[in-house]
Design a protein around this ligand. Structure first.
Ligand code: ATP
Ligand code: MG
Length: 323
């Protein structure tokens, strides 16, 4: 645990009858993006809020940069920045004015807050809009102001709660670029998300969280490797299905599934070469329209681990929505 900047031990959090966290153990290494991946209600925001000292664990321990969140909350607040899921901005103020309020809340001092806000507005490419009312901002610009608010105190650890939910593709890429810059500068980021693509793009380690527990952990590549690879075959005619399926089962040792003309063999541990698959299918007499070997995505990982899909609705830009 020496190179861990943050860890939790058996953290439980109960809200009345609801168990939000059910013995969560997390270890977040320094100078990385650690992706916390889970569906709605998994407990992502709850652990973020505990690490940010906004709420206390019912039991268990959480430690940030050597400080216990329950015993030394003031010390934890010195090293942590939070860009929370439901923080809101004042539409009647400019982006810069909003940041100065966050600066005051962070006890930065007026001059320090101004200097830091201007520096970050510049750095995140939004200085040109700093003096415009937030009411006129795009969704992506608002998110960047939130990100900056979390960074005013130059934290060693940034907690980012679903930073791109609801954003269009272009704004998401911009946020990802900002997060990469932060890590290059030495910040550790704990990133909660429902988007598989987001952790694949940014995180070097991923914890999959479901119903308040960590159900899997590893690099995106390790998680995918647990699953083996998939074979996809499309046959020309339904008549060819039985013989092709029988051949594929013999070849891979796994039971193929089909939805008509398409056959999928999932989680193949010892994958035959593509030329061998093609020649065996050929020998079975099946006419093949398409054949390929596919790497599983993290959505396959989630489905395998929980038996449920992790598929939030496609992000849409909702004018006027607050984060
Ligand atoms: N203040 C609260 N009072 C009561 N229940 C709560 C409270 N905060 C969270 N919960 C419950 O705890 C569980 C975990 O919630 P949490 O917000 O941590 O999930 P999440 O993973 O962040 O979900 P989402 O992806 O929707 O943001 C949910 O069942 C939620 O309804
Ligand atoms: Mg949440």
């Amino acid at each position: 645990m020496e190179d861990a900047i943050m860890y939790t031990e058996d953290v439980r959090k109960q809200f009345g009858d609801v168990v939000a966290l059910d013995g969560l153990d997390l270890v977040v290494p320094s100078h990385t993006v650690y992706g916390l991946l889970g569906p709605k209600g998994a407990g992502k925001s709850t652990i973020m809020r505990i690490l940010a000292t906004l709420t206390r664990p019912s039991s268990g321990r959480a430690v940030v940069a050597g400080f216990d969140v329950a015993r030394d909350p003031a010390d934890v607040r010195q090293v942590i920045g939070l860009a929370g899921q439901d923080a809101s901005l004042d539409d009647e103020l400019t982006g810069r004015e909003n940041l100065l309020i966050f600066g005051r809340l962070s006890r930065l001092g007026a001059r320090g807050a101004r200097r830091r806000a201007d520096e970050l507005l510049e750095r995140f490419g939004i200085a040109h809009a700093g003096n415009r009312l937030v009411g006129t901002y795009s969704h992506g610009m608002r998110r960047r102001i939130h990100l900056i608010a979390g960074l005013l105190r130059a934290p060693a650890v940034l907690l980012l709660d679903e930073p791109t939910t609801g954003l269009d593709a272009h704004s998401r890429v911009e946020i990802w670029e900002s997060v990469r810059q932060l890590v290059d500068d030495g910040t550790t980021v704990l990133l909660a998300t429902q988007y598989l693509e987001e952790v694949e793009r940014l995180a070097s380690a991923v914890g999959v969280i479901d119903q308040g527990q960590l159900i899997a952990e590893g690099s995106p590549a390790q998680l995918k490797a647990q699953l083996g690879r998939h074979v996809d075959v499309v046959v020309e005619s339904m008549d060819h299905l039985p013989s092709a399926m029988a051949r594929l089962e013999r070849l891979t040792g796994r039971c193929p599934e089909t939805d008509g003309s398409r056959i999928v063999v999932s989680a193949v541990e010892r994958m035959p070469t593509l030329p061998l698959i093609v020649s065996e299918l050929d020998a079975s007499g099946a006419v093949i329209r398409n054949v390929g070997i596919r790497e599983p995505g993290l959505d396959d990982v989630f489905l395998t681990l929980t038996g449920r899909n992790i598929k939030p609705a496609e992000p849409v830009e909702t004018p006027g929505a607050v984060w």
